[in-house]
Design a protein around this ligand. Structure first.
Ligand code: AMP
Length: 440
């Protein structure tokens, strides 16, 4: 029997892992630089958390969750998004309190039973950040800048921010009535889901993907005309902040996003050069969410970004966020004493190569002792090594090694004490290994 990855999932093979690591490292660096600290929460949570947090009328909850009963019959769900679990954790640990600011970030897999297509998976990966505890528009601006600056730091120029305000519990009911009045004559022609949404949560009709419903939604009065004075003032301040920071944005009064918890600010960042799946990430303010999941009334704002989409956009622009460390091959020829020194050398060089902030070089050697130098060099070539470090009886006697450039064949003797520095200097900026077969 042959097995395949489940539909909508994929393997990250070693050739691609360096790009993922580099992207995740960049996300970590950018988050840390803005004072955000990492939080790790379980991959599954009580189903009820998402029903309350994300909202029962959303596509995510009504159609896309991986929900199962555990052996004791508890209903659990693989997290379809990160924010609800993070808020649960902040409440559970008693740290979500009025007047205290928490800046946290997370990354990891999310699960949605979506129709797989380019840029849309059933297991995908997000990096997200949450600023909890402030209702001030400065927090919204900080969060939008974090995502925008992350994309810019990767070299993804030309992304656009779409911005909206969805009001708050004070002024949204009035807009829901405007929506109902507009939609009432069309109700019978809406899709089955939207007929339910019309009753329960008409704002969700704006998020419907069915073409006919989108046509109807196109004429819906703008939510921006229904904002109360406070929401309007908040929205104006967010726009002023983005303008101050030279962030280009366009207003999109139909942007409600696929989660119910948003209040006031909602935004998405798009890569206009991509067609259907152009959203790199999005988020917004969620002033009611923490109370909805059983916590105190504490406001928050956050975003999440799709790492697969970002990697695809980078690939289209031939931008590589990271590469494997260049490879050093330790070859040896000699008696048991040479063999012992060579084996120790491999371990020492691995330690030294990994001591730098990023791994300066990777070190391998033939696992089986006793093969001729020619066979070892051939193995080094296949693995894509740049340099070989050769240990023999002469080298042993001189406490040195011979460093051979595997491209040009040139050799030089280097004192053992100088070796790590020599390798790091020679390999700085050297290309990643390009193995001719899976020789590692
Ligand atoms: P959301 O959690 O729905 O606000 O989505 C945030 C970002 O995650 C989107 O802008 C996408 O970049 C990414 N994303 C959402 N759903 C998927 C999916 N099924 N496959 C890949 N990326 C996704």
């Amino acid at each position: 029997m042959k097995f395949q990855v489940p539909r909508g999932t994929f393997d990250v093979m070693p050739e691609e892992a360096a790009r993922w690591q580099a992207l995740e490292a960049r996300a970590r660096a950018v988050s840390t630089a803005s004072g955000y600290r990492e939080i790790r929460t379980p991959i599954f949570e009580a189903t009820e958390l998402f029903l309350r947090g994300v909202g029962e009328t959303t596509d995510i909850v009504s159609k896309e969750m991986y929900t199962f009963a555990d052996r004791k019959g508890r209903s659990l769900t693989l997290r379809p998004e990160g924010t609800a679990g993070v808020m649960r954790a902040l409440v559970e640990h008693g740290v979500a309190q009025a007047g205290r600011i928490h800046r946290v970030w997370y990354t990891g897999p999310m699960f949605r039973y979506d129709r797989p297509q380019a840029g849309r998976y059933r297991q995908f990966h997000q990096w997200g950040a949450e600023c909890v505890g402030s209702a001030h528009p400065a927090a919204d601006i900080e969060i939008i800048l974090l995502l925008v600056d992350f994309l810019a730091s990767l070299g993804l120029a030309g992304t656009t921010v779409q911005l909206n305000s969805v009001g708050h519990s004070g002024c949204r009911p009035a807009y829901q009535e405007v929506l109902r009045a507009y939609l009432a004559p069309h109700v019978d022609s809406l899709c089955a889901d939207c007929r339910v949404r019309f009753e329960k949560n008409p704002l969700r009709v704006l998020d419907c993907k069915v073409p006919h419903d989108r046509e109807i939604a196109a004429g819906i009065p703008s939510i921006l005309d229904s904002l109360c004075a406070e929401c309007r003032e908040h929205f104006d301040a967010v726009q002023a902040g983005l303008t101050l920071h030279d962030v280009q944005f366009t207003l999109d009064p139909r942007l409600v996003r696929g989660l119910d918890y948003y209040t006031r600010t909602a935004f998405e960042v798009h890569d206009p050069s991509r067609g259907a799946q152009s959203a790199m990430g999005g988020g917004g303010r969620y002033d009611g969410l923490i109370a909805d999941v059983g916590g105190p009334s504490v406001p928050g704002v956050g975003f999440s970004a799709g790492l697969e989409r970002i990697l695809m956009a980078l690939e289209e622009r031939s931008l590589t966020p990271g590469a494997d460390a260049p490879l050093v091959y330790v070859a040896r020829a000699g008696d048991a004493a040479v063999e012992a020194v060579a084996q120790q050398l491999v371990r020492e060089l691995r330690r030294e190569g990994a001591a730098a902030a990023g791994t300066a070089y990777a070190v391998i050697a033939d696992l089986e002792p006793g093969r001729g130098l020619g066979a070892q060099f051939k193995q080094a070539d296949k693995a894509g090594a740049t340099l070989a470090v050769v240990v023999g009886a002469d080298e042993l006697a001189a406490d040195a090694v011979t460093v051979k450039d595997l491209k040009t064949g040139t050799q030089e003797k280097i004192a053992r004490a100088q070796l790590a520095m020599h390798l790091a200097a020679r390999l700085a900026g050297a290309p990643a290994p390009n193995p001719t077969e899976n020789a590692r």
